[in-house]
Write a protein that binds this ligand. Structure first.
Ligand code: NDP
Length: 336
């Protein structure tokens, strides 16, 4: 079997050779265990955090260990009474083509809502992040303006589409004209703004004539700076991710902006709150019912960025962090 190990902790932007691809046997399952064959591996921005040793909300991957990650797997062989061969599951098996499990933490997948990779995107962790962060912190009301960046990704695209379904004006921010076109034409956003355009801040202002009521924060950095002056009184800011900062090794140059941000928080009564998806596990049933329903009714669009071969996962993660993906990144490990 193939596995991808973390070889070195990156300084700044990670490189494919921070990883090592190895081949090693995975034994047949013993009593009470099963052997999983990985079909699709999910790549997600949080993996950058797992590569570093600094303080975070989750433990880093140890050097020499298999990189952490979730995957859609098939039970290949089993000596576990609850798991029959052929069953499709969501597993936290990491970056490997085969693994052993005692069944702990496996989630049975229904192959019906095809493609099965939706379990890694809109119907999985990123979709739940969007749904719950918006419901609990964003609390959008019909007629309000909701802005989200990394908007073609699985979190951002879900945020924007839910905002539309709740009667809001949805403005997406993405890198480049092609992604911006997708936001309007494929995902149905009301407006799209390219954060790489030199006049990005002016364009964002023009796209939000009534200001911003909910800013779903996925990126931080220059995008956040352009958003801050546009936030209305009582605006809500779910802080979900800061992908523009994940590779940073230093604070950006320039004046200390903390006093300005704090003044805005006070005078405009802003609500800025960070969250991690599992904080809102109580939203899981609502998420399945609503997002599952919208998808089944064809009221939500999805977009996948498919990469072939586990050995290409390291380069694909580097690309994801630099915005060279368009849609949810999944790595095809074996034919399904
Ligand atoms: P995406 O597929 O959207 O990938 C990341 C995207 O970020 C890139 O495609 C790129 O899009 C954008 N990006 C990268 N660098 C910059 C930059 N400097 N400025 C602006 N945009 C940039 O990822 P996901 O949808 O999976 O995740 C979105 C966010 O949600 C991430 O921050 C992630 O960490 C966070 N998250 C948080 C969770 C939580 O529990 N709090 C759970 C899951 C995700 P573009 O080319 O359009 O700029």
């Amino acid at each position: 079997a193939t596995a991808v190990l973390l070889r070195r902790r990156p300084e700044g932007e990670p490189r494919p050779d921070d990883f090592e691809v190895v081949h090693r046997p995975v034994p047949d399952p013993g009593a009470g265990t099963l052997r999983l064959e990985t079909l699709w591996l999910s790549l997600d921005p949080y993996m950058r955090g797992r590569m570093s040793a600094g303080r975070s909300y989750a433990k880093p991957v140890d050097l020499g260990d298999v990189m952490a990650g979730q995957a859609v797997c098939r039970v290949e062989s089993s000596r576990h009474p609850d798991w029959a061969p052929g069953t499709l599951v969501l597993a936290g098996c990491g970056w490997c083509s085969a693994s052993l499990s005692d069944g702990t933490g496996l989630v049975r997948l229904d192959p019906a809502p095809a493609p099965v990779t939706a379990a890694l995107g809109v119907l999985g962790m990123p979709g739940m992040t969007a749904y719950a962060g918006l419901a609990e912190i964003g609390r959008p009301k019909a007629g309000e303006t909701v802005v989200v960046a990394a908007a073609t990704g699985p979190v951002g695209a879900t945020v924007g589409q839910i905002a539309k379904l709740r009667g809001c004006r949805a403005v997406g921010i993405a890198g480049g004209p092609d992604k911006c076109r997708l936001l309007v034409e494929h995902f149905g956003f009301d407006a799209a703004v390219d954060h790489r355009a030199p006049d990005f801040a002016e364009r964002l202002t023009a796209a939000c004539p009534g200001g911003i009521d909910v800013y779903f924060e996925n990126v931080g950095g220059a995008v956040w700076e352009a958003v801050l002056p546009l936030l209305n009184d009582f605006a809500r800011v779910p802080v979900c991710g800061l992908v523009a900062q994940y590779n940073a090794t230093d604070l950006p140059p320039g004046p200390n902006r903390v006093p300005e941000v704090m003044r805005a928080v006070l005078s405009r009564r802003l609500e800025i709150r960070g969250f991690i998806v599992w904080d809102f596990a109580h939203q899981q049933d609502n998420f399945r019912r609503e997002v599952g329903g919208w998808l089944a009714e064809g009221r939500m669009a999805t977009l996948e960025h498919r990469v072939s071969g586990l050995e290409n996962a390291p380069a694909a993660l580097v690309d994801l962090l630099a915005g060279r993906n368009t849609g949810k990144v999944v790595v095809k490990v074996a034919a399904d």
